[in-house]
Write a protein that binds this ligand. Structure first.
Ligand code: MG
Length: 386
């Protein structure tokens, strides 16, 4: 089998929201299609992916070196031992040839997006959903039928922030979510308190609330904020400090609040440093984003690194709120997946196959990742190969 074409395109995310540090008015994302010469039901098998959201498109390195490098490599070297399917880890290793060590963010998104599309192909050729492939190869082989899901949102930008948040949280509860995460750290403490209390008031009994601080604070301000909100018994404080401010994370963790981080770390080596030097022990939820950090293949390396630091799979909640993370959670037995319902244009939410009830998400049945059942997104993805 051969890869015959790889197409990428930049798509505007069209979002008016903001978190504590950035607004998303200029946000873009990259979509890719990897076309093979394998024919199923009269059509070539095509793998699709996008580079998550919240960081910008990564078409430059794809166009300038990784797509040409992929198409120039001998096809036989990309196949698994049986020669019947692609071998994404082998392909990733090949694409990393002639790349210097370190500086991961410069390439990890381009390669991670490509890698997710390759895993889509692998599962389509095996005629089963991606989570089943991951479970068979790297998990228990016994996939759950549902996985824990929490909903993210509560961005800033509304004229009446508390009333708007109340409406949003009510919609989440009506839609079947129990646990939630809202942005915080970007307005006065007084207003954030009102927002936290509004959300806690509406979540169902037992529902947990996390705050995403979007790297708003230095260590001193992070500690002060953590002490202020500790009485609320929050699920976690996410990214209180810059992703590389290990001492800051450590100091905030010392207050005794739960800590989460990792969506802005771009590979296993960066997770290793984070876990080694932030010294949070078991008080950490890790949130790797597969397409931002060398793909599903990169996630497998991150899981190994986490294990060496004693962080169990149950404490890993991949970032992204998309089908790629959903498959990773289900197939690799991770803690849970996040969901974003409405803020990110065509990239929002899961596919029509996924149902939410009582804080859990059902799993897609389509072969591969299943973007084909996410109509608005699939319309722009499939347009790549017209
Ligand atoms: Mg976050």
């Amino acid at each position: 089998m051969r890869i015959t074409r790889v197409i990428e395109r930049t798509i505007k995310v069209e979002s008016k929201i903001r978190n504590a540090r950035v607004d998303l008015s200029e946000m873009t994302a990259t979509i890719v299609a990897v076309v093979t010469d394998v024919i199923q039901e009269g059509r070539p098998v095509v793998g699709y992916a996008f580079n998550s959201y919240g960081r910008y498109a990564c078409g430059g390195p794809l166009r300038e070196r990784f797509i040409p490098r992929l198409l120039a490599t001998e096809p036989e070297s990309f196949l698994d031992d049986e020669g019947t399917n692609l071998d994404p880890p082998r392909i990733l290793a090949s694409l990393l040839a002639r790349e210097k060590a370190g500086g991961h963010a410069e390439r990890s998104m381009a390669l991670g997006t490509l890698d997710c599309a390759l895993w889509d192909i692998v599962a389509k050729i095996e005629c089963c959903p991606l989570y089943q492939v991951l479970s068979d190869r790297f998990g228990t082989g016994r996939s759950a039928t549902t996985v824990p899901v929490y909903v993210g949102g509560g961005f800033y930008g509304a004229e009446d922030p508390v009333a708007t948040l109340r409406d949003e949280v009510s919609r989440w509860v009506d839609a079947g979510y129990r646990d939630a995460k809202i942005k915080a750290g970007g307005v006065s403490l007084d207003l954030d308190r009102k927002r936290i209390e509004a959300a806690l008031d509406l979540l169902p009994s037992g529902g947990r609330l996390a705050l995403d601080l979007s790297c708003a604070f230095d260590a001193q301000a992070g500690v002060a904020f953590a002490k202020d909100v500790k009485p609320y018994g929050l699920w976690w404080l996410e990214e209180p400090c810059d992703p590389l401010d290990y001492d800051g994370y450590h100091a905030v963790g010392e207050t005794g609040v739960g800590i989460a981080g990792g969506e802005n770390l771009f590979g296993a080596r960066e997770f290793d440093n984070f876990l080694r030097y932030a010294r949070l022990g078991s008080n950490i939820v890790l949130q790797p984003d597969p397409p931002l950090a060398y793909g599903i293949t990169g996630l497998l390396d991150i899981l190994s690194t986490a294990q060496t630091h004693g962080v169990p799979h149950a404490s890993i909640y991949p970032h992204g709120g998309n089908l790629m993370s959903l498959h990773a959670v289900a197939g690799l037995g991770l803690g849970g997946v996040e969901a974003y319902l409405e803020q990110f244009g065509v990239f929002s939410g899961f596919s029509h196959e996924v149902r939410i009830a009582d804080g859990r998400a059902t799993l897609p049945a389509l072969p591969g990742i299943g973007f084909e059942a996410q109509p608005a997104l699939y319309a722009v993805m499939s347009d790549l190969i017209r």
